[in-house]
Design a protein around this ligand. Sequence first.
Ligand code: TMP
Length: 212
Amino acid sequence: AVSGMTARGAFIVFEGVDRCGKTTQTQRLVAALQSRKVDVELCRFPDRTTATGKIIDSYLKNGVELDDHAVHLLFSANRWESAQAIRKKLAAGTTLIVDRYAHSGVCFSAAKQGMDIEWCKAPDAGLPAPDAVIFLKLAIADAMKRGQFGEERYEKQDFQTKVLDNFMQMKTDSWRVIDAKRPIDAIAEEIETLALDIINSCADKPLETLWK
Ligand code: TMP
């Protein structure tokens, strides 16, 4: 970074199937970075607190039924609602650790009948792009052994298997794939090292946009 200017924050997204440990690991990482005095914030999508987020929450809890295309656009709109704030925070030097983002948007919707990846990608084009995607890879059989699988709409074996296939299709060489079957502490240590490296390396790189 140029001296006298604030290095921008890193935009680090965690992805994976349900129960892969994303929420635990994003929380652990934020705590670890805070203890190193890194300016950092945790975000998650869907953000269930906004107007679109409330409809999404009700949909996920099977409270309302929505057309597959319509709910896909709501998930995307839910990210667009945060896009300006994300850009501002990154520019001000805050690193954002994000629990799910556009890749979940595409991979979950495209697991439904008649929804293809290209159509699903379109509404997110132009959003701020993550500097890194950390993918917590876990077999569905192992995810199912963990608690609470089956409470929300998408938490079903066949569906999650399709989601995982979609993630594998979308994966690029730049994704950092983590074996999520290991003990929590070992994973957390690996991720902390990775995150510090990402924060350093993106400080003087411009933020990109999806889907480039
Ligand atoms: P959560 O468990 O991380 O809160 O995510 C809720 C569910 O929503 C999860 O099954 C993944 C799904 N999802 C989508 O279908 N589209 C999206 O754009 C996002 C962010 C999540």
